[in-house]
Design a protein. Structure first.
Lengths: 394, 241
């Protein structure tokens, strides 16, 4: 009888060896293009944390003075995702720039409808990077798809001089040069790099909170060598962001078998073919997590994943499926750990899946918190203020 | 190579039930040549072991009659008959998650599909028109505002399956947006506040890269509206095209 040598395979995997030559060093190529005057490379300045990537190249994560490249879906439909990122950064004392001189990366459209092309996508990317460079703040990308797509664009610009020529011609009409940052940096990398500083400001005990992690496809499948993998997290076999933070905050990370599966977002499908999205999300992700890990919350780190996993559960409940688990970004989870208000900062009222049992386990009185939020809304309705601001968040 | 269109075939549907027109082999070759000539193609296609790892990883393969392996195989063999069929029947099922990048050969079936979709669009293929039939409003939003999805999209009738919270957002939208502490997020028709000058720059990109013209074959009305909006804005700024 032949059996699969599970122990031998595990032993091999635990012996984590990186092949540094498998992933070519794009920074050498960026530097060469900069020397020849073809592009401008925005450099990392100030304090940074060095993090390990999949094949060993150390990636530097700048700590402060960051330009927030916002996410369409986060800002539009999960605004507590964006405000939690800002709030945590403010609590840690790092300055930032929240620009209006920023467009979407437009990659949701590129992957959904294909009504774009390589040149247009590259122009949109480097226009945003040029805008960041003009401010002196280093770009940090909120969206996993923007992050993944910008890495694709960087590769295409490096590899194809004819594309650079096309992009330069268009950017010239905008009075801009081709700008690429020294590192393309995702916000979840910042949270991973800062996890010990975040944990040092933790005020809520999360040791009784069970977590499952959904790693976002466009974070670590697109241009995989640039994603953070840490030998101390999953033996370096999966990306360490999200999980590393959840562990640093003392929560219990539980595993499940379909961790590699996508969430079911599908880009086009989530908007116009949602039967696929709902089915995949509930049958392959939420039900598997519930059955195998029974988490209090699913943590993930991309716009589409939070939306899909959160919104897909309502219809499945009507069919008595085994669903019903809170879905948050790890930024919102970290903000709650640091004492953020669940409605004023984390904006959980925009979520669909029931998050209240999770709040109760965290020791948060959500009824009182909702009443506090309602009082703030009344102030706006009475015209005492037009908008709430950061001073109202404490 | 390929199957004569009028003969019964275990591989291809009869043309009268396929739902799209047959075209001469030369036209199929031309469409594939357009795919193959894209600068991204050589980074996406190296050759297929037929191991099926991409299929095992693919979410769409679990719910549709869809296979990223067939995409890579057809491209590798340059089977223009099959590639034409895939452009008409298969490519819009892909989730674009890029789980297929697990390919040990370094193929990118999802990337090949991205290019095939663009070529379908540029040539006004029936599948592109059908797949994007309900998508015009989304294309309008991204091209005209520079942001993809907006808070005011969250309406009960648009997302009835997302639960009653969608209606709560819609009912309280203006107030809830004003309660956000970030100054850039007080908007309701865009995800965040995009500067006027930034929008002008985006329009110049759409117009100068041919991206706007890509929709002319699938939705002439939308193309005309967007063109008018962009040209008017540029004219106001004193920019000549």
């Amino acid at each position: 009888v032949t059996t699969i040598p599970i122990e031998a395979l595990r032993a091999k995997k635990s012996n984590f060896v990186r092949d540094e030559h498998r992933y070519h060093d794009f920074q050498e190529e960026l530097a060469a293009l900069e020397r020849s005057g073809e592009i401008v490379v925005q450099k990392i300045t100030g304090d940074y944390v060095e993090c390990p990537t999949k094949y060993g190249r150390p990636k530097r994560i700048q700590k402060g003075h960051l330009w927030h490249h916002k996410s369409c879906g986060q800002c539009g439909h999960i605004p507590g995702y964006s405000t939690s990122i800002f709030w945590v950064m403010r609590q840690l004392g790092y300055d930032y720039n929240d620009p209006t001189d920023q467009t979407s990366c437009t990659a949701w459209n590129y992957y959904a409808s294909a009504t774009s092309n390589a040149a247009a996508q590259a122009c949109v990317a480097v226009r945003n990077f040029a805008a960041a460079n003009e401010t002196g703040y280093f770009p940090m990308i909120h969206c996993g798809t923007s992050y993944g797509h910008y890495k694709e664009v960087r590769h295409e610009l490096i590899a194809h001089p004819e594309l650079r020529a096309d992009v330069r011609k268009v950017l010239g009409k905008l009075g801009k040069e081709i700008v690429l940052p020294e590192e393309i940096m995702h916000y979840s990398e910042w949270f991973y790099a800062m996890r010990h500083e975040i944990a040092a400001k933790q005020v809520r005990d999360l040791s009784n909170i069970a977590v499952t992690v959904h790693p976002a496809c466009h974070y670590y499948k697109l241009v995989e060598g640039d994603a953070i993998f840490d030998p101390d997290v999953y033996g370096g076999q999966r990306t360490a962001v999200v999980t590393g933070l959840a562990q640093a905050l003392g929560s219990e990370v539980r595993d499940y078998s379909t961790w590699f599966d996508c969430c079911g977002f599908g880009f086009r499908h989530i908007l116009v073919q949602r039967d696929f999205t709902r089915s995949f999300s509930t049958l392959r992700k939420i039900e598997r997590m519930k059955e195998e890990a029974d988490p209090d919350v699913v943590l993930t780190h991309d716009t589409g994943c939070v939306t899909t996993l959160d919104k897909s559960q309502f219809a499945a409940q009507a069919h008595d499926r085994n669903v019903g688990v809170a879905v948050l970004s790890e930024a919102q989870f970290a903000a709650l750990a640091m004492g953020a208000h669940p409605y004023k900062v984390v904006q959980l009222h925009w979520h669909s899946a029931n998050y209240k049992p999770m709040l109760e386990k965290m020791g948060i009185d959500h009824e009182q918190a909702w009443a506090e939020f309602q009082l703030e809304l009344k102030r706006l309705e009475r015209g005492e203020k037009k908008y709430l601001d950061w001073d109202d968040m404490d | 190579m390929g199957t004569p269109s009028m003969l019964p075939s275990p591989t291809f549907k009869r043309r009268d039930v396929a739902g799209y027109p047959d075209v001469p082999i030369e036209e199929k070759q031309r469409l594939f040549d357009e795919v193959k000539s894209d600068i991204r193609y050589n980074d996406y296609m190296y050759g297929c072991y037929e191991c099926g790892i991409c299929v095992a990883a693919c979410p769409s393969a679990k719910f549709y009659d869809f296979s990223p392996r067939r995409i890579a195989q057809a491209a590798g063999r340059e089977d223009v008959e099959l590639i034409y069929q895939q452009m008409q029947e298969d490519i819009w099922e892909c989730s674009q998650c890029f789980s297929c990048l697990r390919c040990p050969r370094g193929n990118n079936p999802g990337g090949i599909i991205t290019i095939m979709r663009e070529v379908s669009l540029n040539n006004g293929l029936a599948s592109a028109k059908e797949a994007l039939g309900g998508y015009s409003r989304i294309i309008y939003k991204i091209m005209s505002t520079g942001t993809q999805v907006s808070p005011d999209m969250l309406q009960r009738d648009a997302f009835p399956d997302w639960g009653p919270e969608t209606g709560d957002v819609s009912d309280n939208l203006d107030l809830w947006r004003r309660a956000l502490p970030s100054e850039t997020l007080h908007t309701t028709s865009t995800g965040w506040d995009v500067a006027e000058r930034t929008l002008v720059e985006l329009y110049l990109i759409w117009l100068n890269t041919g991206a706007l013209d890509m929709i002319s074959e699938i939705d002439r009305g939308l193309h005309s509206i967007l063109q008018e909006i962009m040209e008017e804005r540029l004219e106001d700024e004193g920019i000549e095209l």
